[in-house]
Ligand binder design. Sequence first.
Ligand SMILES: C[S@@+](CC[C@H](N)C(=O)[O-])C[C@H]1O[C@@H](n2cnc3c(N)ncnc32)[C@H](O)[C@@H]1O
Length: 251
Amino acid sequence: MKQNVGTEEAIKRWDAFADTYSKNHTEQGDLHKEVFLNPTLFSLMGDVKNKKVLDAGCGEGYLSRILSKSGSIVTAVDYSPIMIEIAKGRTPKDLLIDYRQGNCEELNILEDESFDLIVSNMVIHDLANYEKAFQEMYRLLVDGGSFIFSILHPCFVTPECGWEKTESGEKLHWNVDKYFHEGAYEQGLGDKEKMLFFHRTLTSYINTLIKTGFVLESIEEPKPSIEILKKHPSFEEDFRCADFIVFKLKK
Ligand SMILES: C[S@@+](CC[C@H](N)C(=O)[O-])C[C@H]1O[C@@H](n2cnc3c(N)ncnc32)[C@H](O)[C@@H]1O
């Protein structure tokens, strides 16, 4: 575990990784988003036409662009100035997305109750102060508004985890360790880049959401569809444990 590191260090690393990360993204995101996250997020979001939507931690902005093309009025925030520049550069002029540089833990650049829907795709585990971020999301939503977010599944993706393999490389089972070790840890994302993530237990996530005032509407653990398995048979191993979890909350 890394001591005394926080959101600023996490963002420094996202800035440095922004170009490489974005090159992996098409207008549907990367392969994992296409296979696991997008189908779940879109089914939970439902009809987004004319809704005021915040994409919290937008990255290079593929989700904001899909939402904008679907008729949402989109504000997109990311703390990494380089990600925001890349997102703006990838956005055609006719998509009126309001991109802002800002920290999801402190979004006083945005007014209370200004969104019907907040979506945050694979961001919350980047934040040192997730309690504050949940409070901000609550403040920014109208009454009855929805907050949908995805994270690495905290029961399987822990500060120490990975495949147990035979000498010939056959995957035996997925090891999970240090589940109760909450705090910062490093995860390799690219060939050499190590991102800083913050681990919390499932109990901490759920209790913090409840304490913030949210009502839990739905939890999903995305799996590949039959069609996807036909196209990408290697995703069969994702029936062995869950990589992601998606929450839908109501204010
Ligand atoms: C895994 S990427 C996901 C990007 C985007 N949501 C997507 O699905 O493509 C995580 C993003 O969160 C941003 N981020 C990390 N910490 C943040 C913070 N405190 N406030 C706002 N954005 C943050 C990073 O800069 C990065 O763009």
